[in-house]
Design a protein around this ligand. Structure first.
Ligand code: SF4
Length: 706
């Protein structure tokens, strides 16, 4: 018999996962939802395994389909009505704030939330909760590059040029970046670059899938990227490859940097990093005589307690070579999370208001408070960075309630067992998610949220290009969008305030319609660094996205920054002298090996979503510990043996995977898995003093057969 069939529905949208935000079309018919690749300037019809299988979670049996409340009698999570769940949250917040003050409630957001959600969450914390405590997991992602970009250029946009520039570069230097696994469609640009005669140089302690394609692979000891950069600049100076006119006209502070790198002669850098002098010289020559040159950093360079300084060293190099602002040249950061860029622009960071404004700037406070309809004096001041916030939960004087949206810190935070303990110490933990993540499993209240294919909104990709996320279908009956949850909570909290404005006014101030939120976001961002005032959904639809800043609807957007001036008050970029310093934890007799972490192709971040997709589980279903065969032989470990990796903070158990591509003094593990295989049980919670970025990429361990 022929089924009647229904007219297929389609939505032109983008992948829910990484910052490349590949274009895809979703098609729904009687057989379910299919992902089709879509031509878009970033992916040009390509998708990786994660994108192809993204729709598998829409009707997944483990999907949350109603709120859950923890039963005080049994300790179990049980299905509940929205009214009961939200009522429990509001009662809890009211009681905690009445006894311990407004800052006793904290909010934790995510770099995968849409721009509208990131904006609404920041406003919710400052206006509805009036707490200073909000931060997000992007602090664990690219905060060091953001801080380095702000202090050098006065603007932080991951790539200040379109991705297509990568294909035009004569020399491309990738530092701590592995796009062949993290964002495979981007490799098309690199292939094009090399086909055109360009050189690819990769700096990474491992021979990654990306490094395998490089013309030159520098394999430094983890934590020595800064010394490598300073040595490269030393050679550039010695050889006379500095762009003196550019430095004189467009920058400030070069003399101090010149003096600081004088002592970084190549042999010293070789001694520290293990990178041969000849390779340093070859790299410097490629950069200094290479025509169009692009330098990119990613988490390998950034996730260190000296991450800001490490990125700054590469920015110094780029400025000395006169790269930023020139077509096909420049410095950029490969942002990781889906909305890692937009997520840091709209106010869910502890120190920021929408438009990438500083929360301690009186003019910024006045502007944003005006949009929000509250007195500027009522806005709280700056909070604290993510790890400091998480580590203060449940401690004397610290927050006693936490609301988590789109994040899973039980797996993704460094020294994760300690953070897990902090979460357990809370009086109230609320998690909004689409699946029961490891963090949600600890919650008192779990709120089921819509998935990416069930809501509209905008994302800002790694180029600063604002994109439309378009809904294919509505969420299931008892599932709500994050915006609807925020609006309802704000209304209930307002109604609960003796002196509040009442539920109607609060509901107006927190719309759940993403178009209305975006309209408000545009006004709030107007005049800020990340200015969206001229970006409408219609304008995004009419083109392949719109690049910020875009201050007027009839004016141009900005695909390429820094052509004429930088974002500093005088328009000049700033050099900052930076020097190598040791990792927060060095190897010793008890912990003689370096430990570093990263991602694999078929998994994404804490794995909450991708670990539940059959095809991805088949491709990469288990954690592993990668170690060099010589090291393994010394330790009596064979390929596949279960090993224990121990640091001063905890243990990781997983099968050994032997690879001659890793340094013999270093072991690697991906961080996507929980439980005994949790890599972040081992990692160090030392942080960068400027960005708050934890030192995920290096700590001291020992490895034994388990
Ligand atoms: Fe999705 Fe990133 Fe893969 Fe593209 S590269 S399909 S955006 S996960």
């Amino acid at each position: 018999a022929t089924r009647p069939g229904r007219t297929p529905r389609e939505a032109a949208t983008h992948c829910p996962y990484c910052a490349l935000q590949c274009g895809m079309t979703l098609r729904e018919d009687d057989d379910g939802v299919t992902v089709l690749p879509r031509q878009f300037p970033t992916n040009r019809g390509g998708l990786c395994q994660k994108g192809w299988t993204a729709a598998d979670l829409l009707d997944h049996p483990e999907r949350l389909t109603s709120p859950l409340l923890r039963d005080p009698a049994t300790g179990d999570l049980r299905p509940a009505s929205w009214d009961d769940a939200l009522g429990r949250i509001v009662t809890g917040i009211r009681a905690i704030q009445a006894s311990a003050g407004r800052d006793a409630v904290a909010v934790f957001g995510g770099g995968g939330l849409t721009n509208e959600k990131a904006y609404a969450l920041g406003k919710f914390a400052r206006v509805a909760l009036r707490t200073r405590h909000i931060d997000y997991n992007g602090r664990f992602c690219m905060s060091s590059a953001a801080a380095a970009g702000m202090r050098a250029f006065g603007v932080d946009r991951g790539l200040p040029f379109p991705l297509a520039d990568l294909g035009r570069a004569d020399t491309l230097l990738l530092v701590g970046a592995n796009p062949a696994e993290t964002m495979p469609p981007l490799m098309r640009w690199l292939t094009e670059q090399r086909r055109g005669g360009g050189r690819l140089i990769v700096v990474d302690p491992r021979l990654t899938a990306t490094a395998r394609q490089a013309d030159l692979h520098l394999q430094p000891l983890p934590g020595t990227d800064l010394a490598v950069a300073n040595a490269l600049l030393h050679i550039v100076l010695t050889e006379g490859w500095v762009d003196k006119a550019y430095v004189a006209d467009r920058t400030i502070g070069f003399d101090a940097v010149r003096r600081s790198v004088a002592a970084w002669w190549p042999a010293r850098a070789e001694q520290l990093s293990g990178v041969p002098v000849a390779d340093l010289e070859a790299t410097a020559r490629a950069l200094g005589t290479g025509g169009r040159v692009i330098i990119l950093t990613a988490r390998g360079a950034e996730q260190h307690a000296k991450g800001v300084d490490t990125v700054t060293a590469y920015v110094n190099l780029a400025l000395a070579l006169g790269l930023p602002g020139r077509e096909g040249s420049g410095y950029g950061c490969l942002t990781g999370q889906g909305n890692g860029q937009g997520g840091r622009e709209h106010g869910q960071k502890a120190d920021q208001l929408p438009g990438y404004r500083r929360i301690d700037d009186p003019a910024a406070r006045e502007h944003v408070a005006g949009v929000w309809g509250v007195p500027a004096d009522d806005l709280p001041g700056p909070g604290v960075p993510a790890l400091q916030l998480l580590d203060s939960l449940g401690t004397p004087g610290g927050p006693r309630a936490l609301l988590v949206f789109g994040s899973n810190p039980v797996v993704s935070a460094p020294r994760a067992s300690r953070i897990e303990g902090r979460l357990r110490d809370l009086d109230l933990l609320v998690v909004a998610d689409l699946l029961l993540s490891e963090t949600a499993a600890l919650a008192d209240v779990v709120l089921p949220t819509a998935q990416w294919a069930e809501e509209d909104g905008t994302m800002t990709n790694l180029e600063g290009r604002v994109l439309r996320r378009r809904a294919l279908r509505p969420p299931p009956p008892d599932v709500r969008t994050d915006l609807a949850i925020i609006a309802d909570l704000a209304a209930r909290l307002s109604a609960a305030e003796e002196t509040g404005t009442g539920p109607t006014a609060a509901a107006t101030r927190f719309p759940s319609d993403p178009a209305a939120v975006f309209a408000e976001l545009r006004r709030a961002s107007a005049g800020g660094t990340a200015d969206y005032a001229g970006i409408s959904w219609e304008r995004i639809d009419a083109a392949d996205g719109v690049f910020w800043p875009c201050p007027t609807e009839d004016g141009p957007d900005t695909p390429r920054l820094f052509a004429d001036r930088f974002g500093t008050p005088d328009g000049r970029a700033r050099f900052h002298p930076v020097d190598h310093r040791p990792a927060a934890e060095e190897v010793c007799d008890a912990y003689p090996l370096h430990f570093t972490t990263g991602r694999v192709l078929a998994q994404y971040q804490s794995g909450t979503q991708t670990r539940r997709v059959d095809a991805l589980r088949r491709a990469a279903g288990e954690a592993f510990v990668e170690l060099h065969p010589d090291l393994a032989a010394r330790l009596g470990i064979d390929d596949g043996d279960r090993v224990r990796v121990t640091s001063r903070r905890g243990e990781l158990h997983a099968p050994a995977r032997l690879s001659p591509g890793i340094r013999p003094d270093t072991v690697f593990a991906p961080f996507h898995w929980p439980g005994a295989a949790r890599a972040n049980s081992v990692t160090n919670d030392a942080v960068d003093p400027i960005s708050g970025m934890p030192e995920f990429k290096i700590c001291a361990v020992r490895v034994e057969k388990a």
